[in-house]
Ligand binder design. Sequence first.
Ligand SMILES: Nc1ncnc2c1ncn2[C@@H]1O[C@H](COP(=O)(O)OP(=O)(O)OP(=O)(O)O)[C@@H](O)[C@H]1O
Length: 575
Amino acid sequence: MDRSLLLRCYLSKSMFIDTCLFYFREFPRQIVATLLLLLLAGAVESIGAVSIVPLLSALIDGNASNPLMKNIEMVFSHFDVVPSLTNVLVIICAAMVGRAVIFLLAYKQVGYVEAEVATRLRTRLLGGLLRANWSYYIKQPAGKLTYALSTESTLAGRGLRILALALSHIIQAVVYLGVASFFSWQIVLAGIACGSLMMFSLNFLIKRIRAAGLKQTNALNAMNAIFTDALAGVKPLKVMNVERLLVGHIEDQSEQFKEAARKSAMGMGLMSSIQEPFTTVLVAGGLYVGYVLMKIDAALILVMAFYFHRILSRVSSFQQTMQNYGILEGNLISLIGKINEINSQSECRTGKKSVDFQSEVGLRDVSLSYGDRDVLRNFNLSVPMNRITALCGPSGVGKTTTIDLIVGLVRPDEGEVLVDGVPLSDLDMNAWREQIGYVPQEVFLFNDTIRMNITLGRDVEDEEVWRAVDAAGARDFVETSEGGLDGFVGEQGRALSGGQRQRLMIARAVIARPRLLVLDEATSGLDEKTEKSILDSIVRLKDNMAVLIVSHQQAVRTIADEVIVYNGQKRELEG
Ligand SMILES: Nc1ncnc2c1ncn2[C@@H]1O[C@H](COP(=O)(O)OP(=O)(O)OP(=O)(O)O)[C@@H](O)[C@H]1O
């Protein structure tokens, strides 16, 4: 989403309501239960709040005989309780303990929902990403996504806890207003007027902090994206001694982050330093008006001041909590934006037909362009079962794109991809991809064991793992490496040689017994001997599958049953 648009939406009240509604829609039952618990805690608190009146009154009056006290005595006698000091103290303590216990239950509930929100958002983002179409997926900065999966989702969950806290402050303010209404309508009016004055006059600070919160989230997203890219390819940067250039790249973002952090810290500091004198001035003004100008009874004035102060302090706690929410809210907004965007980019999978690949997969009169650039024009290709088909040609001619078409990551603009004569668009894409083994150009290994890298965590018998290891010609090095199948490969397989990494990738590709094996430049960069032994392994595989190899390497042509050379204009058969 456009940043300024996001900022405008963000600052609007409807965005705040949207985030609240998001939480509510996700967990209606738990949120209603939390609300009820908070209300109950408020009701219990009101018992303590009422009980405090006789105490204050007695302290002020000594004989506790003023008209206010008479009303309270009536309430106490209604419940057959003598308003003695001991009874009053017991009731206040019991009410406070009761309130604390109920709050604890409410926050236990909130804690559960907080963790669930984070998990749900993570799952949705990940699910959306896995369903996203390829052209969208490759443009996404990995750092932003990992930041969303780890930090944003956690903070978005925490936002709910902060909202519950804000709500509890408002409920308490309302409870005090309610209790105060038994004694004096003046306090109720003054409480509402001064509370609203405080809310509206300091609201600009909350807006400032919310805007700063969103800017911080954006800057962190951008910094994370740069860091992740840099960490993935730090070796050449280190070797050429240009790591410092990275600092330049993130300087702009870190300046923005610093500026936003400074603004939110300033806003929060301003808010807390204004609130205290603001409340004191209002209470002092109220005391003056009530006691000096309106000549209200001293005991009643003290009770009024007590409630008035409680109401205003709850309002100021509410505002402080909303400040904290303002900083966290940016994470939820950013995350919901990402999830919505990703969901709108889902792969189109309308085909339903089951697939049992038996004979050949190919392209018929396929044309494809990326923007203005024509990559393939009326291209035809056939990859038959039990044969090795090599696709060769100069760099950038469209070899990887051809693979992407066959595996369904990219759709042709014209023409068709056919599997046993059936258009790929009619087939169940999941079922089709389950029949494919794929070895990409770039090494992709987890910093985990050899076993995990081959099985990808599936529960596979050792025997099957060794079959895949043998098929990839990797037994020698797996048997001799420390830990065998359970030995670790290091970050991106850095504890292995290039050839060993490629073999592991081949073992991974064949473990599920695919019907089509696709290798995209899988032997590039290897020495002749290693390349030959990997190609020998591939030759042994072709009895049970169709093999498509994309390569520049001359050696690949020697093992292929058919070599197709494509130069961007026309395709030729070799051999
Ligand atoms: N997702 C994409 N968006 C835009 N252009 C793309 C995309 N993928 C590939 N291209 C362009 O399409 C052309 C063909 O790319 P492709 O990767 O298929 O070439 P290739 O023959 O496999 O090259 P190489 O042998 O160097 O790997 C290139 O000009 C490339 O820039």
